[in-house]
Design a protein around this ligand. Structure first.
Ligand code: ZN
Length: 243
């Protein structure tokens, strides 16, 4: 499978770059993971947005859904050929208002997932883990039967993430803080991301949900100092990882 970064800032877009969004492709199946700002523009550089097979949303914070409404309008108004008649958008049902907005009649349809059972869509099996974040948020462990991608979504560090991420070929972490950060927080530090990668025996670590006011190379350096084996990358627009 191939992951392409479409947006990687936490909170708000910055310096021409958008917030959390990834395209995951396998055997012609195109899954959009989160839909932050800039998604429609950046997705258009990779595929026609009408060629999506599905969208999955980790949680309903604005930086993860900012472009969802305009993606729905793209599907409604653009006359190009659609891959599927109605685009499925997967989300949790714990926020009924936002879950309801996933459906746009005859255009997109909201579909639920939960941490009680895996979701099987296209070539992917996706398992979920509720994270530590102010609103219901789910980390995702995605397999195509051969490789494993784990996306922590937004979360503070907690021990259950280790088992959940075990043996990932690619681990994408919410790295919004440098190692100095202490106190109550809703995201991980560079060092926690690297520790999670070590403890879960994950191969490639991708630092994402990056901050605006901390030098990203500093985060990279801090993570590399901890991670024992495998590579560490900073998320950036159009970066793609084959696994
Ligand atoms: Zn969030």
């Amino acid at each position: 499978m191939k992951l392409t970064v479409l947006g990687y800032f936490g909170g708000y877009p910055f310096d021409g770059h958008g917030t959390t969004s990834y395209l995951l492709q396998e055997n012609g199946y195109n899954l959009l993971i989160d839909c932050g700002s800039n998604t429609v523009n950046n997705l258009s550089k990779v595929i026609d947005p009408l060629q999506l097979d599905g969208v999955i949303i980790s949680h309903y914070h604005h930086d993860h859904i900012a472009d969802l409404g305009v993606l729905q309008y793209y599907w409604q108004l653009n006359n190009g050929k659609k891959k599927v008649d109605i685009l499925p958008i997967y989300g949790n049902t714990q926020d009924p208002l936002n879950y309801g907005s996933l459906t746009l009649e005859k255009v997109t349809v909201g579909k639920s997932y939960s941490d009680l059972a895996p979701l099987e869509i296209g070539p992917f099996k996706i398992e979920f883990l509720r994270t530590i974040h102010p609103v219901p948020t789910y980390a995702m462990r995605i397999t195509n039967g051969k490789k494993i991608l784990t996306f922590t979504a937004d979360t503070d560090y907690f021990d259950d993430l280790v088992d959940f991420s075990m043996n990932s070929n690619l681990l994408i972490t919410d790295t919004n803080f440098d190692k100095q950060k202490t106190g109550i927080k809703w995201h991980m530090t560079s060092v926690e991301s690297a520790k999670l990668a070590n403890d879960s025996n994950s191969e490639v670590l991708l630092l994402s949900h990056l901050p605006q006011e901390i030098n990203h190379n500093q985060l990279l350096k801090e993570a590399k100092a901890i991670k024992k084996t495998g590579k560490v990358f900073l998320a950036s627009d159009a970066l793609s990882v084959e696994l």
